[in-house]
Design a protein around this ligand. Structure first.
Ligand code: COS
Length: 391
């Protein structure tokens, strides 16, 4: 469980504590043992529907469009992901994608786009997706080659996007493309309905912690210019500012995974007899638990600092969000691995929650900017600050 002392820190208000308690109570009986049986698309659609009906997805959009709070609140997004992540990776995924896919609309969309998409995201009637990566443009996002060619009051999209979570079940995709024939050069961001002619889900594949994911192909996919977010040329900023918000929440999900692993480690080692005592009586185990617990609190402090800076200080959080994601995901991998080691053979038994956590954590060190991208982002921002370039 979330260390309750952390929730008492000045980063949080009563609303965050209420969200935490309510979501824990809701999730606990629903997502026992982190196991899912059946078709991943149907499972995910069901989780989105349930999260929507229970009102939790309202935290992914602003109040004026059916949301819970006046603006996207990073701390609430993080509390929700940490809580869902504690119980179930797929539940966290379903919640997160509603935010990541619709965040660009909430942050940069016209009123008409906000009205037409966000209320359905908040109720779970529409599933959202974020389409930035390409076969040859992952970490180097600016290398994307998908083109949006201006044709009067429309854009024609051509290209391929891959590693797109929710590909195949999304109702709309936020798509980033290089502009051609527009008033300025650079990138554009667009909201593309899943049924737009010329858009196809050209491939689906499996990943080690299953969720819906695949490749999109755009072939002369024509969309009205009113589906564009922000001004022409601002598309890259739309992507990166959205990532600034959601990167900290990836750290929060990792934190939830790590807390689950720590609790499992304590339970297991308290009940496992060894050398005439319990596994927990061994100082070696206590050293492991001491390290795990410290890494978890350090992750929480970095995650909620980034979220608090955005919510309260209203400042750009590129550096703190990158630190939160980098540290919390890497730390969670270590915590989960140590917990698995304490479980011995049980930890690698397929279907055991530890085995599931071991698979669930891996992608978080890659998606929304791999650890190495976060290192570069942190270095650049640090150098700018320390050499006075930011003043
Ligand atoms: N917020 C707003 N604007 C930003 C920004 C941010 N966090 N970071 C950079 N920008 C702006 C810069 O100010 C620059 O604007 P100008 O051209 O007006 O000066 C522009 O964006 C380009 O910035 P930069 O030169 O840093 O771009 P790079 O191509 O060097 O970016 C990184 C490199 C690694 C930072 C970027 O490609 C990145 O984040 N990659 C990872 C992408 C990712 O997370 N993919 C996963 C997809 S979701 S699963």
């Amino acid at each position: 469980m979330f260390n309750p002392e952390i929730l008492e820190l000045p980063f949080f208000n009563e609303g965050h504590r209420t969200l935490h308690d309510g979501l824990h109570a809701w999730a606990r009986p629903r997502f026992a043992h982190r196991t899912h049986v059946g078709d991943v698309d149907a499972l995910c659609q069901g989780i989105v529907r349930d999260l929507g009906q229970a009102g939790w997805l309202r935290y992914t959009v602003p109040e004026a469009f059916g949301g819970a709070l006046p603006e996207l609140d990073s701390r609430s997004l993080c509390v929700a992901r940490q809580t869902l992540g504690y119980y179930d990776g797929l539940a966290d995924f379903a919640f997160a994608m509603q935010g990541l896919g619709s965040g660009p609309i909430a942050l940069f969309g016209s009123d008409a786009l906000k009205r037409s998409y966000l209320p359905k995201v908040a109720t779970g009637e529409a599933i959202a997706a974020f389409a930035l990566s390409e076969p040859d443009a992952g970490s180097d996002a600016a290398a994307m080659t998908t083109r949006a060619t201006r044709r009067g009051a429309a854009y024609r999209l051509n290209g391929v996007k891959t590693w797109i979570s929710n590909a195949g079940i999304a109702d709309f995709y936020t798509v980033f493309a290089r502009l051609e024939g527009d008033e300025v050069e650079g990138f554009g961001a667009f909201v593309v309905d899943a049924n737009a002619p010329g858009l196809s889900v050209s491939e689906r594949f499996d990943v080690c912690a299953p969720h819906p994911i695949g490749t999109l192909t755009f072939t002369d996919c024509e969309i009205p210019a009113t589906q564009r977010l922000a001004n022409p040329g601002q598309g890259f900023k739309v992507a990166l500012q959205n990532l600034d918000v959601f990167r900290a929440s990836v750290g929060a999900a990792a934190l939830g995974f790590a807390e689950a692993a720590l609790d499992l480690a304590i339970d297991r080692s308290a009940s496992r007899s060894m050398f005439g005592a319990t596994l927990l009586d061994l100082q070696m185990t206590q050293a492991a638990i001491g390290d795990m617990s410290t890494e978890i609190d350090a992750s929480a402090l970095l995650v909620y600092r980034a979220a608090w800076e955005r919510d309260v200080r209203k400042q750009r959080t590129t550096r703190s969000a990158a630190m939160a994601k980098l540290f919390a995901t890497e730390a969670a991998q270590r915590v989960i691995d140590r917990s698995l080691q304490l479980h011995g053979g049980l930890g690698v038994r397929v279907g055991h929650p530890l085995e599931m956590l071991y698979r669930e954590i891996r992608a978080l060190r890659i998606y929304e900017g791999a650890t190495e991208v976060q290192q570069v982002v942190i270095a650049r921002e640090t150098i700018k600050t320390r050499t006075g370039e930011n003043q």
